[in-house]
Design a protein around this ligand. Structure first.
Ligand code: ZN
Length: 239
């Protein structure tokens, strides 16, 4: 967890001079102005009180990030988004084609199968969703340089209504696999399934949208010295 302490005022002044005082995270609910010192490599992972490792964050973002790492500063999170009709089959196919042997996969359908569920009720779906969230949460703070593959239908939850925004802010690899409305509609076996398909397509998720937002975020991360664009190679902290 984040440590409550004060960093050297001279380091903070240099951080603000170098990287500015806008909140570096911009998570949903961000208040924009930096009021706290946020460790890029979390303190609990050995991240230091250095100008290279600290950026200013608003209180809200610092708290909601917890110790989740920016993509590659520890674990690399790959979020594969699919409509609900295929029961994440396409996502698992994509992951099988891209992952390395031994990479962990956090899949709703695999978790449900491991619980012995073939056609989960609402309560059972919630239990599977909690298992998914628990696994994600733990991998998201991992300091180990592992690749983690997560499948997801709707990138939101009651507690995290704008999950996709959080993934983009943390520079995750996000892939939207869309077999098309007609295919998904055909796969839905009942009214509840068709309703889920309609709701998913109402979100208008697409790889183009994700890529555009990722490009914008990447430019910001380059300006913050957290990614390189090939010309500012010296400012990325080591981990
Ligand atoms: Zn913020």
């Amino acid at each position: 967890m984040a440590r409550r302490q004060t960093i050297d005022p001279l380091v903070r002044a240099k951080v603000m001079e170098t990287w500015g005082n806008d909140c570096w995270l911009g998570l949903p609910g961000c208040t924009r102005v930096g009021t706290e010192d946020d460790h890029i490599v979390p303190y609990s992972h050995g991240g230091g009180d250095t100008v290279a490792n600290i950026r200013r964050a608003c209180k809200h973002c610092n708290a909601s990030r917890q110790d989740r790492v920016l993509y590659g500063y520890g674990a690399r999170l790959h979020m594969i988004v699919v409509p609900p009709g295929s029961c994440d089959r396409e996502a698992v196919d994509y992951i099988d084609a891209h992952k390395s042997a031994g990479d962990p996969v956090v899949s709703f359908s695999a978790l449900a199968a491991a619980m012995g569920l073939t056609s989960p009720s609402l309560a059972e779906r919630r239990a599977v969703a909690m298992a998914w969230s628990g696994a994600y949460r733990q991998f998201a703070i991992s300091a180990e340089p592992i690749d983690v593959w997560c499948t997801r239908t709707t990138p939101s939850s009651h507690r995290h209504p704008r999950m996709l925004d959080e993934w983009v802010a943390l520079d995750y690899d996000v892939q939207v696999i869309d077999p098309g409305f007609a295919v998904e509609w055909e796969r839905a076996t009942d009214d509840a399934g068709r309703k889920r398909v309609r709701q998913w397509y109402a979100l208008h998720l697409s790889q183009e949208l994700v890529d555009a937002r990722k490009r914008e975020r990447r430019a910001k991360l380059v300006a913050l010295g957290l990614r390189t664009d090939g010309t500012r190679a010296s400012s990325r902290p080591e981990w």
